[in-house]
Design a protein around this ligand. Structure first.
Ligand SMILES: [Zn+2]
Length: 272
């Protein structure tokens, strides 16, 4: 098996090592959320004997290529190797010998990622229609029992991986979360918390045009005008600063609930 001359760096590395681009690396190729690990993940048949991992450790995304939502190439370093059963099924229509099919990639990724990133990956695969609702049955049948409860936490309405993760964390923290709640005169809020506070997740970590920024500011104003305070957070606030982010959201939610309660009491008093 030889990679074509125009093969990209991940493809060349996988083939050189004796495997195929798989797991989260394969998901990113089809625009599906693959967590935060920047290493190359490869699938290798259980029968493979000598892998050439050292030969590819120095290779990877060149420093000149700026990371964007479309530049998914892995960083240099030893790849994560996932050994596959000899008879691991491959989608019949799948023609690439250097890349695993999306269902196999997703199955492996769910095992490889922690559960909030795994839920985000399945949400994202459903949203991108890389897998369909009816594929979920066979996906979960092939997963260990400890992962089955994840199924109750899926929601393909999520707009991005970070949004899925915040939804999961907020629900686990006991909040009611409604995805894609509408704001009259603007685009939907990513998440509505306890019916009173909006949360918009800016997942565009690498580029934000002026027009988008202007729209986002307008949306925040609009939501306040509608009586719905809205917080806007970046991936950084989710992945590096979550305790203080959660504290801020909780504070705004409890203040908003208190205000609603006081207004209700006042109304009842004046009409009673
Ligand atoms: Zn992996």
């Amino acid at each position: 098996m030889y990679a074509l001359p125009e093969a990209d760096i991940d493809q060349r590395r996988a083939v050189l090592a004796g495997g195929r681009v798989g797991c989260v690396s394969a998901l990113r190729r089809v625009g599906v959320w693959g967590g935060l690990d920047r290493a190359l993940h490869i699938h290798v048949p259980a029968s493979a004997s000598r892998l050439h991992l050292d030969e590819i450790a120095a290779l990877g995304r060149s420093a000149e290529i700026r990371r964007t939502d479309k530049a998914f190439w892995a960083e240099p370093g030893r790849p994560r190797v996932h050994w596959q059963r000899a008879n691991a099924p491959t989608a019949r229509s799948w023609a690439y010998d250097w890349l695993v099919d999306p269902m196999s990639a997703l199955r492996q990724a769910v095992l490889c990622l922690d559960d909030e990133h795994a839920i985000a990956a399945i949400d994202s695969a459903l949203r991108k229609k890389v897998v369909r609702d009816h594929d979920l049955e066979s996906l979960f049948t092939s997963l260990p029992r400890r992962l089955q409860r994840m199924r109750l936490e899926l929601d393909p309405a999520a707009d991005s991986g970070p949004e899925s993760i915040v939804r999961v964390r907020m629900r686990r923290a006991g909040f009611e979360v409604e995805p894609q709640a509408s704001i009259p005169g603007s685009s939907d809020l990513d998440l509505l918390i306890n019916g009173v506070v909006g949360l918009d997740i800016d997942s565009r970590a690498w580029h934000t045009g002026e027009e988008q920024t202007s729209w986002d500011y307008g949306k925040t104003l609009q939501s306040f005008a509608f009586g719905r305070p809205t917080l806007r957070i970046l991936p950084h606030h989710i992945f590096d600063l979550w305790p203080s982010t959660l504290a801020a959201i909780s504070r705004v939610v409890s203040d908003a609930e208190e205000l609603h309660r006081l207004r209700r009491m006042n109304r009842n008093r004046s009409t009673g």
